[in-house]
Design a protein around this ligand. Sequence first.
Ligand SMILES: Nc1ncnc2c1ncn2[C@@H]1O[C@H](COP(=O)(O)OP(=O)(O)O)[C@@H](O)[C@H]1O
Ligand SMILES: [Mg+2]
Length: 313
Amino acid sequence: MAIVELSPSAGAAPAGTLGDALAASGITELLAQLDRELVGLAPVKSRIRDIAALLLVDKLRKERGFSAGAPSLHMSFTGNPGTGKTTVAMRMAEILHRLGYVRKGHLVAVTRDDLVGQYIGHTAPKTKEILKKAMGGVLFIDEAYYLYRPENERDYGQEAIEILLQVMENNRDDLVVILAGYKDRMDRFFESNPGMSSRIAHHIDFPDYGRDELAQIADLMLQTMQYRFDEEAQRVFLDYLERRMAQPHFANARSVRNALDRARLRHASRLLGDPHATADDASLTTITAPDLLASRVFAAPAATDAAKGKSPC
Ligand SMILES: Nc1ncnc2c1ncn2[C@@H]1O[C@H](COP(=O)(O)OP(=O)(O)O)[C@@H](O)[C@H]1O
Ligand SMILES: [Mg+2]
């Protein structure tokens, strides 16, 4: 084992406390905000805290003259739709920026079609253009496995993958790539693309939310929109969630958002349907049980919709 001589460069500032460094980075507030604004996701949050800690310590090391090679931060976010992957990627971009890892901290979200051209010679310029836009921030590739189509020998996706691999290696101090998608498909993608797999330092899995977490997410969303459920609506919404979770095309927090949007429509129609209703604060902000019970989720037996392949509203 080599013993590394520790010799901070002359003239380095006197050592402060880690608490001071944390406060100066503003990272504590960002992490607290992440905790407040995102329900559940405990493993995801703790992984983000670890990454933030590493980057902060790296920064302090660099300031005091110790080597701190840019750690590889490319990631994969796997999970079902609506589990918070895109939302967390945006927060991650901010955190990386705050810690000085990337210059700008913006997020460029793309899918295969943004990277891969239809004709020969179109893919490289498309991919490079996107990479240029993402430089200094995070490139988020949703359903990344669509880049790889082994059934089509001459698929241009492979070309995009090769350009990405190069940039992920050479520009890793100024660009973080996050690949997102369903877990099983992503696993298969990594099996067939070991080069990509070896460049991903962090695999983070986003679990489905439970009923009570979904209810909490609804409360947070309502708060932000300045609405509320009355007591009965709260009970009905739990019932709604149980039914909806068992139906096809359920998409976690996204389904919650959609359900609330439709409840707001019904709430508005209900208010306008009653010419004598007063437009006071309470009536304008309170979603009541009938606004939820009118949903198709409570109507026809769930199986009928499923059999027709319809997405329930
Ligand atoms: N844990 C959570 N707490 C609060 N809101 C959430 C949470 N997870 C997701 N959301 C919200 O649900 C919606 C869908 O999330 P999104 O990040 O787009 O999911 P994904 O990218 O995994 O499909 C967004 O409006 C997001 O703000
Ligand atoms: Mg998404």
